[in-house]
Design a protein. Structure first.
Length: 144
């Protein structure tokens, strides 16, 4: 691997660690990076599967390289979007997020997505919010 390739990999690791650390800090989860990763993964998988195909791909392309890898992990694009109301959306994330928390699941999801939107194109939260049903829009903060 060339130095340029190592620089790219080092940057990807740094961006992912920054994202995970920022979420952990906001949640008060110091030293719980595995839990933050699990929350982020469950949230991204559920959002990805709820989005229309074109929007899911557009969103995924903007994610930091390593995050993009686990965003697409296990994805079946021929099976999306999966129609989910708020309850089903929360149940899906709860089924993948295997840890207990003193915070509400809604707060956890909003925190994870807020930090994702900080790290990508600022207009993406508008695009995502536009395609979600009304009962899911609360999870996407505009102007994050």
């Amino acid at each position: 691997m060339t130095d340029l390739g190592m620089d790219t990999l080092d940057t990807a690791v740094q961006k992912t660690n920054t994202l995970l650390n920022d979420i952990a800090k906001d949640l008060g989860w110091k030293g719980r990076k595995h839990q933050v990763y699990n929350l982020l993964r469950a949230t991204l998988h559920t959002l990805r599967d709820r989005l229309p195909l074109e929007e899911a791909v557009h969103f995924g392309a903007q994610l930091p390289m390593i995050v993009r890898g686990f965003y697409y992990e296990g994805w079946s694009p021929s099976k999306v979007p999966i129609k989910m109301d708020r309850t089903a959306f929360l149940e899906r994330i709860r089924s993948e997020f295997i840890f207990d928390s003193d915070k509400s699941l809604t707060e956890l999801i909003k925190t994870a997505l807020t930090h994702i939107f900080i790290h990508i194109n600022p207009n993406e939260s508008v695009r995502i919010k536009d395609v979600l049903p009304e009962d899911l829009k609360e999870f996407v903060s505009l102007g994050a």
